[in-house]
Write a protein that binds this ligand. Structure first.
Ligand SMILES: Nc1ncnc2c1ncn2[C@@H]1O[C@H](COP(=O)(O)OP(=O)(O)OP(=O)(O)O)[C@@H](O)[C@H]1O
Ligand SMILES: [Mg+2]
Length: 361
């Protein structure tokens, strides 16, 4: 097993800098998830850790050893991709044993390690089958098995579940969590899936345009985002952002209003620096944090344009007087109706303020 350290890591493809100075320390046994918009550099960074891409600047350490210029096969890592890349003409057992075969390990050792991996992944009944005789989830388990037999110090996963249907994804997500518990090996995992990131990660790394925006435990990022980018990225459906103005500052709180959206006198505690009266801010409220308008400290007014009723939870999509749209979650399917003018209560303790540059206030 091994930890990982990235020091001022950069990657250029020709003139374009794609990874623009990343510093990160991962402890041995951690489960770290990379998230961020498409093209932000998640796969590139993972491939640099694996040694499949060279590093333009900075150092990469694995297990306390500098591996920056080292060959992928020497780094003690194993990578699992979105496409399973199994050999179609080989059996499951042969596919899983292939890396050891290549390393010229003795037959009995290969047999033993494949058997162990098959047991962990519940693949024992399928060892003699060919990949085409397996479901997508089973194929991905074989690809993971091929990584396990190498007993790597670090597992690297690049969106391993995105080819699977929704139900299989849930099942495989639980299997990967179990695998991490069982093996205790460091895992770095790239995903687009909010739920995967929130449930699997010990820490989430939010990337944007080749830089780290914030690193933290999933709930820390959800409850304490440093900026509007992270606030908007973590949480689903995403946080609502409403342009507002600071009317006054008192007792460490900013009193904000958004007259066209029917909002006034909302006093929000600032976490750091207080804004100046008159400042333009962005008020952030998650769909799940609205409260009934009666008795609320403040409320937004808008016209409900669409209701999504999912059974346990409903989402009201509303248009505010300032033209902004908001999404409001409710647990009562009958709470709002499309077409009606409604008020959405705000709990100041659940409201966030961001300055014009998106920094959390
Ligand atoms: N070999 C390459 N040559 C030039 N540019 C590249 C190369 N590989 C990737 N890029 C660029 O680097 C950027 C980051 O790509 P990367 O594949 O790391 O993104 P990603 O975060 O994994 O995105 P996605 O979520 O879509 O998989 C993109 O703008 C991409 O076009
Ligand atoms: Mg990618």
């Amino acid at each position: 097993m091994a930890g990982l350290s990235l020091k001022s890591v950069k990657k250029r493809f020709g003139e374009t800098e794609v990874i623009r100075g990343v510093d990160l320390d991962v402890s041995d046994g951690e489960f770290v998830v990379f998230v961020g918009p498409s093209g932000c550099g998640k796969s590139t960074l993972l491939r640099m850790i694996a040694g499949l891409e060279s590093t333009s600047e900075g150092r990469i350490g694995i297990g306390g050893r500098d591996v920056t210029g080292e060959d992928p096969s020497k780094r003690g890592i194993a990578m699992v991709f979105q496409s399973y890349a199994l050999y179609p003409h080989m059996t499951v057992a042969a596919n899983m044993g292939f890396p050891l075969e290549m390393a010229k390990r003795p037959k009995d050792e290969i047999g033993r390690k494949v058997a162990e991996a098959a047991k962990i992944l519940h693949l024992e009944p399928y060892l003699k089958r060919k990949p085409r005789e397996l479901s997508g989830g089973q194929r991905q388990r074989v690809a993971i098995g091929r990584a396990i037999v190498r007993q790597p110090g670090v597992f690297l996963f690049d969106e391993p579940l995105s080819n699977l249907d929704a139900e299989l994804r849930v099942q495989m997500r639980i299997e990967i969590a179990r695998l991490h518990q069982q093996l205790g090996t460091t895992m770095i995992y790239v995903t687009h899936d909010q739920v995967e990131a929130m449930t699997l990660a010990s820490r989430i790394v939010v990337l944007r345009a080749g830089r780290i925006e914030q690193v933290g435990a999933p709930l820390d990022l959800y409850e304490n985002p440093d900026n509007s980018f992270v606030a908007g990225f973590i949480g689903s459906p995403r946080m609502n952002f409403i342009p507002a103005t600071v009317d006054a500052v008192e007792d460490g709180k900013a009193v904000v209003s958004a007259p066209q959206a029917g909002l006034s006198g909302l006093a929000v505690a600032a976490r750091g620096e207080l804004p100046k009266p008159g400042a333009k801010v962005s008020l952030g409220i998650r769909p799940e944090h609205f409260v009934p308008a009666e008795g609320a400290a403040a409320a937004l007014t808008g016209r409900v344009t669409l209701m999504e009723r999912l059974g346990g939870v409903s989402y009201a999509h509303a248009q505010l007087g300032n033209g902004e749209s908001v999404t409001v979650e409710s647990r009562d399917a009958r709470s709002f109706a499309a077409g009606e003018e409604a008020r959405f209560g705000i709990d100041p303790a659940r409201a966030f303020l961001f300055d014009e540059d998106g920094r959390r206030l």
